[in-house]
Design a protein around this ligand. Structure first.
Ligand code: TXA
Ligand code: MG
Length: 379
């Protein structure tokens, strides 16, 4: 039954069946490897055909892998919500090739946003504007605004151009799981439920794009990400309203509707409890030591997520290192892979060391807080 449904989406009739045999599959999902220029053209051509026919293809961006479908086709977009098990009130980002395409989808782009788009696109920055009718309500979960971004990954740009349509794409994980930064991560969550994966290797940024809304003035930061708040403010030469600094560990306990629907959901959570110890310096180290000792005394098997500088300070059966505190780029690149790896370990509890809430550290801490079952702030 599944095979029949798949065939109705995939291109090329009988020829498609023959062509298909050249690609490996996992549970029916085609793996389109595009790691060298020769493979690339064929893989992108095939992926684009699937998208044109209303199918779903996971593809690499510079941040994380996205779960792509034609953003202007309500049926295709419905498929994204279904396979991702995404709540119907959480809108999708529409991926395009440039600012000209954005103008086709949105009513008005304020001059300040044009400045940012020119400076940071292609790149990890998503901008929100009021949408035109052309964008289906399901893509924006019924909101009158739409989030658009030009991804900074050559494969993503070629795929959007090849498909000839804007691509709605959330991160290609099951809702609540850490975002995928490799095709293997995508397969863990999506094998058998999507048509294909365009495999372009590991993503370089590792955390998702920064989400900035231009629906009101001043612009509002809805999610810290790969483009730092500090850089955005420096370019705009004005303050951005930061609505993401909630430290409840749930990413927002909003009295009414949250400014971005995604803010109210817990994310990135490993299967066992994660304790995040915020701050820096001696108080943080003392808290980390006390916590890991007390769990060990209770007979719990502890996994630690640490920065290089702290390795060896706290004995634990499992230690994963995010690199140096001084190199948040590397920590961001590795964060989701480390969180995912926790699920294959035989441990009872995870303790993670926090870092400074600034620059890229702001995005890393935002993800760790959302992953945490408890956030501890040493006094
Ligand atoms: O880096 C990224 O942004 C990745 C790659 C694949 O591009 N995509 C991604 O999408 O992270 P997703 O769906 O996992 O996160 C999009 C976030 C959600 O929190 C959603 O609520 C918010 O953007 N969002 C989307 N459209 C919005 C809108 N119109 N108003 C407010 N928030 C919006
Ligand atoms: Mg996501």
């Amino acid at each position: 039954m599944v095979i029949f449904w798949r065939r109705s989406i995939l291109p090329g009739g009988v020829w498609r069946c023959i062509l298909d045999l050249t690609w490996p599959r996992v549970k029916g999902t085609i793996i389109l490897r595009a790691r060298d220029p020769q493979e690339e053209e064929k893989a992108i051509g095939y992926a684009a055909e699937i998208l044109k026919k209303g199918g779903i293809v996971a593809f690499p961006t510079e941040t994380v892998y996205g779960l792509g479908a034609n953003a202007l086709d309500p049926e295709a977009v419905r498929g994204i919500y279904r396979v991702k098990q995404r709540p119907a009130d959480n809108p999708l980002i529409v991926h395009i090739t440039g600012i000209k395409k954005a103008r086709e989808l949105v009513r008005f782009i304020p001059p300040e946003a044009v400045v940012l788009a020119k400076k940071f696109w292609p790149g990890p920055l998503t901008l929100i504007f009021n949408k035109k009718k052309l964008v289906p309500d399901i893509t924006t979960a019924g909101l009158s605004s739409v989030a658009v971004r030009v991804p900074g990954h050559p494969l993503a740009l070629k795929l959007i151009a090849g498909a000839g349509v804007p691509l709605a794409a959330p991160s290609a994980n099951l809702s609540g799981r850490p975002s995928p930064t490799t095709a293997e991560h995508v397969l863990e969550d999506m094998a058998g439920s999507i048509d294909a994966i365009l495999d372009g290797g590991a993503c370089s940024v590792g955390v998702e794009s920064t989400v900035l809304s231009f629906i009101s003035d001043p612009p509002v930061l809805l999610r810290p990400g790969g483009t730092t708040l500090e850089t955005l403010e420096a370019v705009l030469q004005k303050k951005i309203l930061d609505l993401t600094t909630d430290t409840s560990g749930r990413g927002g306990d909003f009295a009414g509707a949250p400014p971005s629907p995604g803010m109210k959901y817990r994310h990135y959570a490993p299967k066992v409890p994660l304790y995040l110890v915020e701050g820096e310096g001696l108080p943080q180290k003392q808290q980390l030591a006390a916590l890991s000792e007390s769990f060990a005394l209770m007979g719990y098997k502890v996994a630690l997520i640490l920065f290089e500088e702290s390795v060896g300070l706290f004995p634990a059966p499992v230690v994963r290192v995010l690199g140096s505190r001084k190199n948040p780029q590397l920590a961001a690149e590795q964060l989701f892979a480390v969180l995912r790896s926790m699920d294959s370990l035989d441990v009872d509890v995870i303790i993670a060391e926090g870092m400074d809430d600034k620059d890229l550290g702001r995005a890393i801490m935002n993800r760790l807080r959302k992953a945490a079952s408890q956030v501890i702030t040493p006094s």
